[in-house]
Design a protein around this ligand. Structure first.
Ligand SMILES: [Fe+2]
Length: 334
C-alpha cells in the first residue's frame, strides 16, 4: 500500500541543550559522535548512519520552562556489541561523570535483549547505552531496506580512531511514546509509510530506509506537554512537496486526530512545518537534500554560516544539489 505521504528517509530526532560548546564536547569527547556545529545555537551529530541528532539550545530558562517529565521516553540509544562493553561503559561513565556534568548514571539492567543503562545528561536528556548486535535492530525486519542515503559516506573499512571515553558503534534508535499502539501504527503506516514490526502489544519498531529506527512504546504518561522540542523529522525534495504534504496532513486531521498543524516556516535553515499528532508527538517535514543532514558532515568541520555549506561563493545548500534527484553533489554543481 502506498503511504499518503512519500517520505524518503528517517532524517533526525532532537535533543535540547543549555550550551552548544559544552554539548559538542560531551557528544564528541564522551560519546564519540561525529559532531558539526551548525550555528552558534545548534549542532548536528551522528553515529554509524546519517539519521542525525539535532541539538538546539533552549538555554537554562527555556529548559526549566519546558518541563518534560516524559523525556526519558524520548531517549536515543547507542549500541555496544557485548555485555562486557556495556558494563565497561558504565564504569567509565561513573569515572568521567563529573568532568562531563552527567547528572546520573543509571543502574545496569538486564532483559531479554541484554544489558543496558541510562545516562541523564547536563541538559536533562536521556541516553541509553545498550548491548545490541552489529546492525542494530535491522534483524527484526523481514527484508533489507534501501540504506543508500542512510549509509552514504560510511564504509566498513574505516578504523576506529576515536579518542572518546565511550565508543559505542551505532546510534540504533530513538524512542517515542504513544497512547494506543494500534491507532498509532495505523497512522505511521498509512501516513508516513514506516515499516513497522510489533515486538509485543505495547512495543513496536519503525523504520524508514534507515539503520536507526524509532522504538515506539505504549505508556500511560499523564503529561505530554512540550513535545515540539523533541520532534522527529523527515525530508522531502522541495518546498512544493512540503506544501503538498501539509495539505495531506490537513485533509487527514480529523481521521487521525491530529492536535495542531503549524504553518510552514524556516526552522534550522530549511522550509518546513511541524504538527502534533494523536499522542501529542511532534513531527517535522522539511525541504532537505536526500540523506537529510548528511551533507553537513561533508563540509569539513563546523559550518561557517548558519546552516549553509562551507563552499565559497555558495550562500545556500540548494546550489549544491542536483535539482532533479535532490542528491547532494557538493562543489561539482557550483
Ligand atoms: Fe527538526
Amino acid at each position: 500500500m502506498k503511504p499518503l505521504i512519500e517520505l524518503p528517509f528517517l532524517s533526525h530526532g532532537h535533543a535540547t541543550l543549555k550550551d552548544v560548546e559544552e554539548s559538542v564536547r560531551f557528544y564528541r569527547d564522551f560519546f564519540g559522535l561525529d559532531v558539526v556545529k551548525t550555528s552558534p545555537r545548534t549542532l548536528v551529530a551522528r553515529l554509524g548512519s546519517n539519521t542525525a541528532i539535532v541539538g538546539v539550545t533552549l538555554g537554562e530558562k527555556g529548559l526549566a520552562k519546558a518541563d518534560r517529565p516524559w523525556l526519558e521516553n524520548s531517549h536515543f540509544g547507542f549500541d555496544f556489541e557485548t555485555a562486557d562493553d556495556v558494563k565497561e561503559a558504565r564504569e567509565l561513565s561513573l569515572e568521567h561523570r563529573e568532568n562531563f556534568n552527567i547528572q546520573n548514571v543509571g543502574e545496569l539492567v538486564e532483559d531479554e535483549e541484554g544489558f543496558s543503562f541510562m545516562l541523564f545528561d547536563q541538559d536533562g536528556n536521556y541516553w541509553q547505552m545498550l548491548e545490541n548486535q552489529a546492525g542494530g535492530y535491522s534483524r527484526y525486519f523481514k527484508k533489507d531496506c534501501d540504506t543508500l542515503h542512510a549509509l552514504a559516506s560510511f564504509s566498513d573499512s574505516e578504523g576506529d580512531n576515536r579518542a572518546s571515553v565511550l565508543k559505542p558503534h551505532l546510534m540504533s534508535h530513538m524512542t517515542c511514546e504513544v497512547i494506543d499502539m494500534d491507532k498509532s501504527q495505523a497512522f505511521y503506516e498509512e501516513m508516513f509509510g514506516l515499516e513497522c514490526v510489533r515486538l509485543d502489544p505495547k512495543r513496536m519498531l519503525g523504520r524508514l530506509n534507515s539503520v536507526a529506527i524509532i522504538d515506539f512504546i505504549e505508556t500511560d504518561t499523564e503529561i505530554r506537554d512540550h513535545k515540539m522540542h523533541n520532534h522527529i523529522g523527515f525530508d522531502v525534495a522541495g518546498p512544493e512537496i512540503v506544501d503538498t504534504a501539509r495539505e495531506i496532513i490537513i485533509d487527514n486531521q480529523e481521521r487521525f486526530d491530529f492536535e495542531v498543524i503549524h504553518k510552514t516556516s524556516g526552522s534550522h535553515g530549511s522550509y518546513g512545518f511541524t504538527f502534533s499528532d494523536l499522542d501529542n508527538n511532534a513531527w517535522q517535514i522539511e525541504d532537505y537534500p536526500r540523506g537529510g543532514y548528511y551533507w553537513m558532515f561533508e563540509q569539513g568541520g563546523d559550518l561557517e554560516n548558519k546552516f549553509q555549506p562551507n563552499v565559497s561563493g555558495v550562500d545556500d545548500w540548494h546550489e549544491l544539489i542536483d535539482p532533479e534527484t535532490y542528491e547532494y553533489i557538493g562543489e561539482a554543481n557550483s
